[in-house]
Design a binder for this molecule. Structure first.
Ligand code: ADP
Ligand code: MG
Length: 697
């Protein structure tokens, strides 16, 4: 695959399947190209001499084009692409549908398409795409109804229909685009390729998109991380997938569905996520037109008390804070503002405020180092000229180089001023929380820019020992492993209590005597997933009780499941649960992002509490640390209510070590350490469960 510059700026476009037949896609594409494209258009169709006044050629090879748009029926689409490849056309947009989206015939056709693209090294968009657009050269190679307005947003969408809806709306709102791509089935070019390209494109200021899935999750994360250092990416979240329902055979499997992977992956990629189309464009326009703030403190200047309170709430809901002003600022406010107002944030300059008072207050606030951004919030009054206020707001934004959002409330009386604001790159919203949301996306992006991505740690581990343990599943008719595979932890340096698996009461006693204090005894069987559910875990067994406990565990297991494969009984040192917290460190392999790490509150109630957080592996130390602070019960780990704090560094290291293990062995499909008991003195992996795919070993 070459650079995508030519894809968006071709000199000659061949429309393979062009026709003047009313209602056809071939006509729609040719029409759209004719509307504004400043290059040559060559219709390709053996049935015509000319199409819509353009002279037509029989084969794409005769077109001498540098891009081909394919609109022929699916059966002849493959030969058409092949001919384009043979003719040296590197850029191909396949609008034709009837590929992977339509069952097994279509899927094999798509496979063939990929092969052809690989053979000729094609930049291929689609198939099943609406097409692509680029405004600098007026190219609209889609069958949609509208041309995009020129602008500095580049937009990709996995849904073509969504593009037509967005353009319809954007044209009304004066929102412009550099490039637009309908990704279609992403047989060759996918979101990562476009993010990569637009990251280097000086005419693209913000990358936006609608995605339903990400083809190569890890690759996307790594590419997006680099791009977001100078080009923000905002994506709208699509519907939740149900991939989580697939073979959920352990705790992690049932909790970590694909939605978590998407959420974690996009966050790690430095992508801003929008919950709605409105949020997508609010963020995109703000990012395209305004500087990023240096801090998250917002000043709100208002002539209306009520809306001021609404914005204070909105600031609280966002990742922002109400700025506290410096002494100097407060003194100046005191001097310039009426005594009946409020000089603390939100700054209430009172209902009779005119433009000059607004302007003074904004000027003083923006000059304060404690203020990262500001919002001008006003309700219409007889003494306030909205258009002048808009001009002053724009001037102050410019003067201080800090982001400003506007919330000039009202209907018709706002229209003209909103236009003045918009020309200055200041969005105006009726709703204060939208204005705050837009400022919040700038702050979020500021934090993404400040991120530094450390490499994942590489611990000194015994990979061969781990492989040897994993290979044991090959001799079994089951691909699950439990505590009999705890040697994996040892090989990867994850602390665990002293323990042994035995198959007689006498041996159990011998192990218990070796271990100081009472012990824990557990049934060991790949057929028993949740040992405590069947009374298969006995905690606090004294040496004299060990033999009876052994018999009892075996009896319970036999009663529960007569044909269960019993591997014996584990005799284990007690972990200190009085001073410790049960946590879970897990992994589940996601179809899009690969190994997905989980951390949360552990024990036998994980599913009930669902206090968990996720990251795509391999995780860095920073990411592992974030995981330990993100869960709701994090304060428990930090030592709530007079308890000593747990060994959080030990948890962080365990997450990293497990991340290394599951990255080293793609055969590990799922892995749970539950619980990992975290005490002030260290962590200890008390129970594990994993699923292995022997084919991947
Ligand atoms: P399962 O998850 O299959 O029920 P576990 O080995 O996780 O089996 O044991 C269940 C619970 O028993 C743990 O969550 C923990 O509360 C307790 N437990 C298990 N092993 C120990 C141990 N070595 N020390 C202290 N408590 C333990
Ligand atoms: Mg357990």
């Amino acid at each position: 695959m070459g650079t995508l510059t030519e894809l968006f700026a071709p000199d000659r476009i061949a429309v393979v399947g062009a026709t003047a037949r009313e209602g056809s896609i071939g006509k729609a594409v040719t029409d759209n190209l004719l509307s504004a494209y400043d290059g040559e258009i060559i219709p390709v169709n053996p049935n015509y001499e000319e199409v819509m006044g353009l002279s037509c050629v029989d084969e794409v090879g005769e077109a001498a084009a540098d891009m081909a748009v394919i609109v022929v029926p699916p059966k002849i689409a493959l030969p058409a692409v092949e001919q384009a490849g043979e003719a040296g056309v590197k850029n191909v947009v396949v609008i034709t549908a009837g590929f992977g989206e339509t069952g097994s015939d279509g899927a094999s056709r798509e496979e063939e398409l990929k092969e052809i693209a690989a053979e000729y090294d094609l930049n291929l968009v689609g198939p099943n795409s609406l097409g692509i657009m680029s405004t600098p050269n007026g190219m609209n190679a889609t069958f949609g109804p509208d041309n995009a307005l020129p602008g500095n947003l580049s937009f990709m969408s996995q849904s073509g229909a969504f593009i037509t809806a967005v353009l319809d709306w954007a044209n009304d709102e004066d929102v412009g685009f550099k490039d637009v791509v309908s990704l279609g089935n992403k047989a060759v070019l996918d979101e990562t390729d476009f993010v990569n390209h637009w990251g280097d494109d000086s005419e693209t200021d913000v990358i936006i998109g609608y995605l339903e899935g990400i083809s190569q999750g890890r690759e996307f994360i790594d590419t997006a991380r680099e791009v977001t250092q100078d080009t923000p990416i905002v994506l709208v979240k699509s519907g939740r997938t149900d991939a989580g329902a697939q073979a959920a055979s352990s705790h992690t499997g049932t909790i970590a569905g694909s939605e978590q992977a998407y959420e974690a992956g996009l966050d790690q990629a430095g992508v801003l996520r929008a919950e709605s189309v409105q949020e997508l464009f609010d963020a995109a326009q703000m990012l395209a037109n305004q500087p990023v703030p240096e801090n998250n403190d917002v000043a709100v200047i208002t002539n209306a008390g009520g809306p001021g309170v609404i914005s204070t709430d909105a600031v609280g809901d966002a990742g922002l804070e109400m700025a506290s002003f410096s002494e100097e600022t407060l003194e100046q406010f005191d001097e310039k503002l009426p005594a009946e107002g409020n000089i603390y944030n939100p700054v209430d300059i009172v209902g009779d405020a005119d433009v000059e008072r607004f302007s003074n207050a904004l000027d003083i606030a923006l000059a304060d180092e404690n203020v990262g951004s500001a919002m001008v919030l006003s309700c219409p009054t007889a003494v306030l000229d909205y258009e002048q206020l808009a001009a002053e707001t724009a001037a102050m934004r410019e003067k201080h180089g800090k982001p400003v959002a506007a919330c000039f409330m009202g209907g018709e009386s706002v229209r003209a001023s909103a236009e003045i604001l918009s020309e200055a790159g200041i969005p105006n919203y009726f709703d204060p929380s939208r204005a705050i949301g837009a400022l919040d996306s700038l702050w979020e992006y500021r934090q993404i820019q400040r991120r530094s991505y450390d490499a994942p740690a590489a611990f000194d581990v015994d990979r061969d020992a781990a492989r040897e343990i994993l290979e044991r599943v090959e001799d079994r008719d089951d691909n699950r492993l439990g505590v009999e595979a705890m040697g994996l932890l040892e090989a990867y340096g994850i602390p665990m209590p002293d323990s042994d698996i035995v198959d007689s009461p006498e041996d159990a006693r011998a192990v218990a005597e070796r271990i100081s204090g009472d012990v824990v005894m557990k049934i060991v069987s790949p057929d028993i997933l949740h040992k405590s559910d069947i009374g298969g875990v006995k905690v606090g067994v004294s040496n004299s009780e060990v033999e009876d406990a052994y018999e009892d565990l075996i009896t319970r297991a036999r009663n529960y499941q007569p044909e269960a494969n019993l591997l014996g009984v584990q005799v284990q040192e007690m972990a200190d649960l009085d001073d410790g917290t049960e946590t879970i460190v897990g992994m589940n392999r996601d179809p899009q992002f690969g190994p997905l790490m989980m951390f949360g509150l552990g024990g036998i109630f994980v599913e009930v509490l669902e206090d968990t957080t996720f990251r795509v592996a391999p995780v860095t130390e920073t990411e592992a640390r974030e995981m330990t602070t993100e869960i709701k019960t994090a304060p428990l780990l930090r030592g709530a209510r007079g308890r000593e704090p747990a060994d959080i560094d030990g948890i962080i290291e365990t997450i990293q070590r497990l991340s290394q293990l599951v990255t080293d062995f793609p055969a590990i499909m799922e892995f749970d350490i539950n619980p990992l008991v975290a005490t002030p003195d260290g962590v200890s992996a008390v129970d594990i469960r994993l699923t292995v795919d022997p084919e991947e070993l």
